[in-house]
Write a protein that binds this ligand. Structure first.
Ligand SMILES: [Fe+2]
Length: 315
């Protein structure tokens, strides 16, 4: 059977994509952002998922303001890269997994979540930037990707609780797929930022860190966050973080936080990132083993490295 091995959340700042595309990742401003994802890429190389399910939002690329679905599932075999005003990003075409996507559609819709099914859909930076951050810049993405576009651009977006429960339905759907597939679920967007109005430039690191803490240990608390609270604390565009709750809902109740990174700012946004692993029942091995050899048990080494990194980025 298919199983979800881990969840990954990451900001999807468009300027990060522009820095990659224009070969500016080595500049001091961008270096600290990309350095924070080096360990994530190592984790992903070891995890080797068969499929990634990526929750993101469309930025008027696939859907104009004439038509904004709340939850749009990509069921196509291929998703072309959208032209967001300066030509499509020079990244590989995203290949889908139509059979698993169709299975998810059936299971989730029969669980009373009314998805819009997209047999043709372009994908924008909301999806491609997190792929770059986790996979680097390969000639082909290493596994099929199933996109789920969530409306967070026009009021009202789905509630935090609705998103968390959709994650649970997604978990049920994936875990009932008969093929042995290892799946990683992405939640993207955030963290705190506001791009217009009187509070443009707002960043709330205290809120962001608390959100990350609760995402691991007490996600139920986050399901009670209203749109108003999210926007007040994390800025108008900070409401994107409801998408992280779909990822978290798709994981087990108890998870291991294996890595976290937070830096401010990138463009006008707080960049936040976390990797949460499901515990493998009856096995001591985690989803991704660290490459370095150590006499310490793998879990302790990972925990120590993660805490060291957390300390570094917070200080
Ligand atoms: Fe966004």
């Amino acid at each position: 059977m298919a199983r979800i091995i881990a969840g990954v959340s990451s900001s999807h700042v468009p300027a990060i994509g522009a820095a990659i595309d224009n070969h500016r990742t080595g500049e001091p401003y961008w270096q600290r952002v990309f350095e924070g994802f080096e360990r994530s890429k190592e984790w992903m190389r070891n995890a080797k998922p068969d499929v990634c399910f990526v929750v993101y939002n469309d930025h008027a690329s696939a859907f104009s303001v004439e038509m904004i679905p709340t939850f749009a599932l990509g069921t196509a075999a291929e998703f072309p890269i959208a032209d967001e005003g300066w030509g499509p990003r020079p990244v590989p075409v995203v290949k889908g997994h139509p059979r698993l996507a169709s299975h998810i559609a059936q299971s989730v819709i029969l669980d009373e979540f009314d998805l819009t099914l997209c047999n043709k859909m372009e994908v924008d930076h909301g999806l491609t930037v997190p792929l770059n951050l986790m996979f680097g810049s390969p000639k082909e993405w290493p596994c099929p990707i199933i996109p789920l576009a969530v409306n967070v651009v026009q009021f009202p977006p789905p509630t935090s609780n609705r998103c968390f429960n959709l994650g649970k339905a997604l978990k049920k759907a994936i875990e009932s797929y008969p093929e042995d597939l290892r799946v990683v679920v992405f939640g993207t967007g955030g963290m705190s930022h506001q791009i217009s109005g009187q509070r443009a430039g707002l960043i709330n690191s205290k809120f962001d860190h608390a959100f990350l803490d609760n995402l691991t240990k007490n996600p139920k608390k986050l399901t009670r966050l209203s749109h108003l609270e999210l926007m007040r604390e994390a800025g108008a565009e900070g409401v994107e973080m409801v998408m992280w709750l779909i990822m978290r809902g798709a994981l087990d109740e108890k998870v291991d936080e294996v890595y976290r990174f937070y830096t401010v700012p990138a463009s006008n946004t707080a960049v936040g990132h976390i990797i949460l692993e499901n515990r493998i029942k009856g096995a001591k091995k985690s989803a991704a083993k660290p490459a370095a050899k150590s006499k310490k048990p793998a879990s302790k080494m990972k925990r120590a490295a993660a805490l060291q990194k957390i300390h570094r980025v917070r200080s």
